[in-house]
Structure formats: structure tokens, C-alpha cells
Design a binder for this molecule. Sequence first.
Ligand code: GLU
Length: 323
Amino acid sequence: MPRRHRTAPTAPAPLHGPALRRLRRTLPALLLALTAVIAAACGKEGSPPVKGPQPESLPVYPVNTGFQLPESPTWRRAEGRGYLTVGAKEDQPYLGEKDPATGVYSGFDIEIAKMVAAYLGFDPAGIHFRTIASANRETALQNGQIDYYVGTYTINDMRKKLVGFAGPYFMAGQSLLVRTDEHDINGPQDLDGKRVCSATGSTPYQRIKADYPKAVLVGYDTYSICVDNLLTYQVDAVTTDDAILIGYAAKAPDELKVVGKPFSQEPYGIGVPRSDNALRFAIDDALAAGEKNGQWKQAYDATLGLSGVPAPQPPPIDRYPAS
Ligand code: GLU
């Protein structure tokens, strides 16, 4: 067979003359614009003030003084130290956010954590919050780093082998976040060959891996890193619960949008140490009480409701038997 003549691959023409001058002129402005977009999406300094929870609209949780739960080792330990340590997220708008300047946490999950604390007899203002990423929640509960965890934590059977779950207190569903200039991705069926980012150790990450193997899955510790990657065109979509994605989109509506319908059910539970059934049932009682006395709805309206979705009915509490 005659050998075909191969031409050398053509290298991109080097920039010179007017093109280089133009790039030199526009690059600083481009970089500045990009930084502003990223900062706006992350709520970092320099971003325009976005309406967050207004302190006066948040419920006040009267502390259940005299409450005792001696059968719970976790409760006894917290009682001994005088405060609760609660695991949460710090970069999820309207759900769990930490103010970088003050260190104060806010959002719907944070309110749920406070409502539960007051029921258990602790001053909600005294909670020590600790940021724990999706992949580290089970370990944090197993080794006693936290007393309970409130942070978009889906209840499922696999996790139930490792931790206990009170609730659910909210129902979310997996969805997709893309840039507003993206028109090809409208649902998980469009992800073949696309770069999709999610948090490692999360159920949405697992679902893409198992059900959409042709997607190019990219994993990071947090969703805010995924969103940074989306804004800088390193990935084509971010996937996780709609409740989380709606918050990012609400903070940068010119750059980001949520597309398609939710394609899973993600019932949010409060994670507790697996063997502490007494604590789990007490938290179930706390959630039931808060849903009945209006605190749950008030908390929702003052936080997650700000993203534009009206308060749903909370899902029925499971209260599965001790095992
Ligand atoms: N709810 C999902 C999960 O628990 C996604 C959100 C998160 O990573 O916290 O895995």
C-alpha cells in the first residue's frame, strides 16, 4: 500500500501585530468581568447585596427548659459541655450559608437545626456549627465530631447502615444548573459527552455515575467549586438538588439557570449517630412540633422561600423503628 503523504499538524498562528495589541487591551477588562461574575455567584466580597434572611422575619424558638433525654448518650454529652455541636453546609444559598465576615450561619437548614436545639432544651444561639462536606458526614457522626447534621442530607438505605435519620423535613429532587448561554442541555438525557460537576459523596454524583455513564463526571468537595467551574466554562453543567441549584441561580440570574424537571426524590433528614435512637425519636418529635406550631413554615418563608418557591407541605415524618 502506498504510503500516504502526511502533512504536519498545523499549529495555531502566533498572535502578532494588531491582534496581540487588541488582546493586550481587552484582557484586563475581561479578567475583571470574570472575577466579578464569580464573586457575584459565590456571594463573596464585591458582589451586589442579595436579599438574605432578615433577622426580624425569622422565628423565635422558645427553649424547652427542663427537657431531659438521659437515654441519649449524644444528648448527655452535649448537656455536659453546655451546647450542641451541629454539622452543616456553608456555601448553599438560602439553605446553609456562613457569612465570611462574621462567621454566622444562616438558611433553612440552620433554622431547622435551631428549632430542634430549642426543643431539646438548648439555647439555639449557643449552637456551635461546623461545616462538613457531603463526603464526610457519616464519618463526622460516627466519630462524635458533631451531635447531629442538618445540611441537604438525603435519607437512603445505604446511609441508614451508617447513621440514623430523623425526618424527613423537606423533599427536594435532583436537577441541573447551566449557564444562561447554554441551550443544548435541558435534562439528564442531554449529558452524553458533557462535563457535569457534582459533590463527591453525594447522591446526585452517584446517580450520574450509575445512570448516565456517557456524561463526563467531575467531582469536587462542594457545589460552590462546581459553580465556579461552570462560570469559567470548565464544566457544562452542575447537578444536585433543585433546592440548592435554585439558590445559586437566584444569586446570579443573568449567568445561571436551572433546566428541566427534577429527576429524583431527595428527602432531607437530620443525621444522628446510628445507635442513638432516643435522640432520633426526640428530633422527630421536635420536627413534628415545629411543623404543627408554624415555626417550620415561618423558617421556610424567611429563608428558602426567598429564592421564589412558595412553602410546600413538609413530607410525612418516617419515624422508622429502632434496629
Ligand atoms: N441531597 C443530596 C445528598 O445528600 C445532595 C446534596 C448534598 O450533597 O448535600 O447527597
